[in-house]
Write a protein that binds this ligand. Structure first.
Ligand code: AMP
Length: 125
């Protein structure tokens, strides 16, 4: 079910539980401000999620409320993760779903990193 990008943070969402170590993940990278792990239902040969460690529901929430250090740390972690995955040279796609129209399903900000093959047009028409 798609979720609203705004509103109160739900401490029991699946990514909050991964951050607390209650649910395992296939970790790729961890920094003071971010965690990167493989998507459980990959849509490309490489499909990794990068999440901030703070309690932010969406891009709207994060960009409005996160500190400069959290924002810089998260953006750097996305770039570092793509590099660790060997995706810089062949290329990759970043995607962040926010809210109902984008079909955001997990109410904790995440950026998808897709790679490992030619990814085709940006959006299905
Ligand atoms: P979105 O539609 O942008 O909210 O995407 C949520 C993503 O989280 C989907 O691609 C799911 O496959 C992924 N996902 C859900 N639960 C888990 C989990 N426990 N570990 C890794 N990825 C997950």
């Amino acid at each position: 079910m798609p979720v609203d990008a705004l509103g109160a943070y739900d401490d029991n969402n699946i990514f909050a539980r991964i951050l607390r170590g209650e649910i395992p993940c296939k970790q790729v990278h961890e920094t003071p401000h971010a965690l990167a792990f493989h998507d459980i239902n990959p849509q490309a040969p490489t499909h990794v999620l990068v999440i901030p460690k703070g309690p932010y529901r969406s891009w709207a929430d994060f960009s409005a409320k996160a500190s400069e250090a959290e924002i810089a740390g998260f953006v750097r972690a996305v770039g570092e993760t793509a590099k660790l995955l060997g995706l810089e040279e062949p290329g990759y796609r970043l995607l962040a779903n926010a809210g109902v129209n984008a079909h955001q399903e997990v109410p904790h900000l995440h950026v998808h990193i897709f790679g490992g093959r030619a990814l085709g047009p940006m959006l299905a028409r």
